[in-house]
Design a binder for this molecule. Structure first.
Ligand code: SAH
Length: 347
């Protein structure tokens, strides 16, 4: 049993079963035992690898998309460039490097990062030392100015609730104890929620992510008042379908209840729930997005300077980011702009 499993078992013994959302929040962000708070999760030695860690091309193309939107919206003199969950700071560093030559863009930027892990904040400070970033705790405090925002694999880490339909009623999935071990069960009382799922048959599982709401509210408020562009990249789809809670350890899937605090826990992102009825939205796959932004040309250009293993790795990275059986179709991109903005590049 991990130390966190023991703590949670104690708590459940005392207070009764806990929701999947409460469990996820403890596993990821518990100050002493949480996954993000206690270990460097990324890269070949970590448990998973993200698009910006696979290739610099990802951040470069995201940067060009953001800078093009800034130009298309009249190159406003002061804007926020924000990232949610910046990890090691690699994506933001690539965005900034790729946009250095866009006249006036860097002078207009105020770089703001939202990061829960103190260890990762320190790493971001080292990676982005030249750009004087500011860390923002409460997303509601984003400045009142145009907002250009990127979030890659951030929303999948926010705690979700799960509900299972039985005899016409939705019951929340909870985590209790059986013979001293963490185990899934259902709350006895039925709950009412999201009318999108009213017609789903018995046995259906749906997930909701109320933790995403304050982020989307803050983003949409800035976009509607001041313009900008928010790019949200993650795995998931249009509408929640089934049980997508997953644990990842050493690049392999594991039982989400087996090692709380030691495995990454995520759920697929429901992009429909994030977008809501926002009028200026675009949605596509990561593969289509990167291809439309010119990843093939960029990859060929970078390949010219490479040979041997470095060239092989570069070709594999290109395929991994865009391939239909790799990240290209599992990962989606949602773009939101202000109501009057021209559509962003890449869609
Ligand atoms: N965007 C980076 C890292 C993705 S991993 C990349 O693409 O490589 C998820 C990131 O979100 C980590 O930096 C993690 O510490 C952060 N994070 C997770 N939950 C968070 C929360 N509730 N609030 C703020 N940051 C969070």
């Amino acid at each position: 049993m991990t130390p966190l499993a023991a703590l949670l078992a104690d708590r459940i013994g005392h207070d009764g079963p806990m929701t999947v959302a409460a469990y996820m929040a403890e596993c990821l962000l518990h100050p002493g035992h949480g996954y993000y708070t206690t270990r460097p999760p990324f890269g070949a030695k970590g448990d998973f690898i993200t698009a910006p860690e696979i290739s610099q091309m990802f951040g470069e193309l995201v940067g060009l998309c953001l800078a093009q939107a800034w130009l298309d919206q009249g190159a406003p003199a002061r804007v926020t460039l924000a990232e949610l969950g910046p990890g090691r700071g690699t994506l933001m560093a690539d965005v900034l490097r790729a946009t250095r030559a866009v006249p006036g863009f860097h002078a207009a930027l105020h770089v703001m990062l939202h990061e829960a892990s103190p260890a990762l904040r320190a790493e971001q400070a080292r990676t982005l030392a030249g750009y004087t970033p500011e860390w923002i705790g409460d997303i509601g405090n984003l400045p009142e100015q145009p907002l250009f925002l990127i979030a890659n694999e951030f929303f999948d880490a926010l705690p979700i609730h799960q509900y299972v339909k039985q005899a016409g009623r939705w019951h929340e999935r909870v985590i209790g104890l059986a013979e001293g071990k963490l185990t899934f069960g259902l709350a006895p009382d039925g709950t009412r929620f999201d009318s999108r799922f009213a017609q789903d048959p018995d046995g259906s599982v749906v997930e909701t992510c109320p933790a995403a709401a304050p982020y989307m509210r803050a983003i949409k408020e800035r976009l509607s008042r001041h313009g900008g562009l928010a790019l949200i990249v993650d795995y998931g789809g249009w509408r929640s379908k089934g049980d997508t809670l997953q644990a990842l350890k050493d690049h392999a899937y594991s039982d989400p209840l087996a090692e709380p605090g030691r495995a990454d826990l995520t759920a697929h992102v429901d992009f429909e729930a994030l977008a809501g009825d926002w009028p200026a939205q675009r949605y596509t796959t990561q593969g289509a997005f990167l291809t439309a932004l010119g990843i093939d040309t960029r990859a060929a250009r970078l390949a010219q300077a490479l040979s041997g293993d470095a060239l092989e790795n570069h070709i594999a990275a290109h395929r991994r980011l865009t391939g239909a059986t790799e990240m290209g179709s599992l990962f989606k991109v949602l773009a939101l702009t202000g109501p009057d903005a021209p559509p962003p590049a890449g869609f």
